[in-house]
Design a protein around this ligand. Structure first.
Ligand code: B16
Ligand code: MG
Length: 219
């Protein structure tokens, strides 16, 4: 077991804002199905897997679909989403993220990704952050979605770290719950009102001082 700290980052809403692309792609599907899908509905899809997102949208329209139809909509949605992320670049990294990643690396600590997205790797490549990560666990590697802690437990395991030495940065309620269940330090990125279950909460990484990270490292 390492005595280094393991910093586990969620992707969407923490490192990049891909929620806007998910929204446009899901809205197209919903509109084909005659379902009203608003930005408020989109909030419920944050941190949720692709299949579960479709099920939530179908539920909004009280639509019961066959597995074949679901597969068709899932493929359509992802192809559309991929066309939006195709042109992503470093300018889409959320404010303050790179500085924190650099600080953690400078301090010789460990970094992992813990995301529900099956498109996590290509996104990290496009925004040129892939090299910071010692381990990547994404939607291709887990069977249980957040709030199940599987994604974070796998990340800690890959980094050879204990749960108690792991820190999770998350923007979704389900993700914060997953970190708490795993007995990891949960840090919410977003509104305290929404992420009140987090042990710490900041509006963005710009509000996280390096001295705060340093205190965590020395704990
Ligand atoms: P994909 P995260 C999640 O990413 C998104 O928040 C969620 O809205 C999306 O449905 C999910 O990834 C699956 O994404 O369709 O690319 O596999 O926040 O866990 O990094
Ligand atoms: Mg997220």
């Amino acid at each position: 077991m390492t005595n280094k700290k393991a910093f586990i980052f969620d992707l969407d809403g923490v490192i990049v804002d891909t929620a806007k692309y998910h929204f446009i792609a899901w809205q197209k599907i919903a509109s084909h199905l005659g379902i009203e899908f608003t930005p408020e509905h989109n909030e419920e899809l944050k941190g949720v897997s692709r299949i579960r997102s479709l099920e939530i949208i179908l539920g909004l329209g009280n639509i019961v679909a066959s597995q074949e139809d679901k597969n068709y909509w899932l493929t359509q949605k992802n192809e559309d989403y991929l066309s939006y992320i195709e042109n992503m670049n470093e300018s889409e990294i959320l404010p303050g993220v790179r500085a924190i990643l650099e600080f953690i690396k400078e301090k010789n600590q460990l970094i992992a990704l813990g995301s529900a997205s099956k498109n996590a790797r290509p996104i990290l490549e496009k925004v040129k952050l892939l090299h910071f990560f010692d381990a990547i666990v994404d939607g291709n590697d887990v069977t249980n979605a957040k709030p199940d802690p599987e994604v974070f437990l796998r990340a800690a395991q890959l980094l050879n770290s204990t749960n108690e030495n792991s820190i999770v940065f998350e923007d979704s309620v389900a993700g914060i719950q997953a970190a708490n269940i795993a007995n990891m330090l949960s840090i919410g990125i977003g509104e305290t009102k929404t992420l009140h279950e987090a042990q710490f909460c900041f509006p963005s990484f710009l509000h996280i001082d390096t001295s705060f990270i340093d205190t965590i490292i020395k704990k």
